[in-house]
Design a protein around this ligand. Sequence first.
Ligand SMILES: *[C@@H]1O[C@H](CO)[C@@H](O)[C@H](O)[C@H]1NC(C)=O
Ligand SMILES: *[C@@H]1O[C@H](CO)[C@@H](O)[C@H](O)[C@H]1NC(C)=O
Length: 411
Amino acid sequence: MSLRSIILFIAVCSFTAYYIYEPIPDEIEERWKLMLTNSFFRSLSHLADLSEFLGLKDYMGVMYFITLAEEIAPVSDKHVKVTEMKLDGVDVLLYEPKQQAGDHDLRRAIIYFHGGGWCLGSSRMSPYDLLARTMVTEVDAVVLSVEYRLAPPHHFPVAYEDVYRVVKHFLQKGVLAQYSVDPERVAVSGDSAGGNLAAAVSQQLQKEPGLQVKLKAQALLYPVTQALDLNTPSYQQNQDMPILTRTLMVRFWSEYFTSDKALFRAMMTNTHNSPETSSLLKFVNWSTFLPEAYHRKYNYSAPAIDGVKGGAALKNRLSRSFTDPRASPLLVPDSALRSLPKAYVLTCEYDVLRDDGLMYVTRLRAAGVEVTHEHYDTGFHGALMFNTWPTEFLIARRMTDNYIEWLKQNL
Ligand SMILES: *[C@@H]1O[C@H](CO)[C@@H](O)[C@H](O)[C@H]1NC(C)=O
Ligand SMILES: *[C@@H]1O[C@H](CO)[C@@H](O)[C@H](O)[C@H]1NC(C)=O
């Protein structure tokens, strides 16, 4: 090797190391693997920014590559029968145990909503496919994985309405009987934006007239619960944490509602609240709803009430959207929480959404709802989905085992 190529080699190596290295807290397991994984996400995000800047393809359009890269064909295997179908016009994947249920044995059912910030993700991604199969074989449940429509092509409330339609349709005695499902044992569940949809659906179903069947449980995995305060201590502490940075979460929120960049800019500075939304800030007051240990180091200040820059019509539409409990399920009074089904809530320490989950736990418990809360001290956002090669993390296995165990005992 010539001196020049040695120098070039060292330069490339140090640039790569510099690019991959991030200050990730020591207690996170498999740190280097996480840095490497995240450097892929960061590179893609940079590419997406560039592409949008050059007018080639919008940011989310490029980020959608993550979804495509992990998509697999949903096929039946030895234990699980997989069917692609539509329920009330919405695409779903139905996973059923192959082993016939006995004549008198009815099964449990889990209706699952994938994560991805309402903009990315699919029930066909291998991590979701694997999770669905695990639920079928371990819990002996029927699993419906919902392929709801995504933003930015479809803004709020389309994703919510899609999942609501599926749940409402499925919760009819005749439909449940068709799949040998016990009407007493149906749950909704989801991770991240899917957890947001699961929480919202559980609330809204209570208002549904003439519903024959009630949900037994809701399992919310690092859920998103509110759009009013994007500067909670966890947003501050974890703004640059792997997988979900604050900027990306703000991007997801704003794209869920509109492609107008004015909302993104206002949300970034946490100044998007307006006089019309300010009366709801009491429901997301983290100095009240976070356990002491999580807010001790931070001084509470309520979000500024500047509003979104833009015309009155845009302003009105947006403030109605992000205060809508179908988007922000934390924004309801206690009376709307009281009769909710029992809940499982998973939160991660190193996650911008940690406090969204923690506050929902506090509010549900205060309203008398039975809640199992599992907090992962070394967890990061999205960890549960890192369950397949080459991005397999030990923590994903532990989370899956605990989640499945809860379903077995509580559904
Ligand atoms: C939040 O709670 C703190 C103390 O519990 C209180 O002083 C403050 O006025 C509250 N702010 C809002 C916007 O609810
Ligand atoms: C919170 O307020 C106290 C008293 O004003 C101050 O000493 C402290 O530095 C503040 N903490 C933060 C994180 O801003």
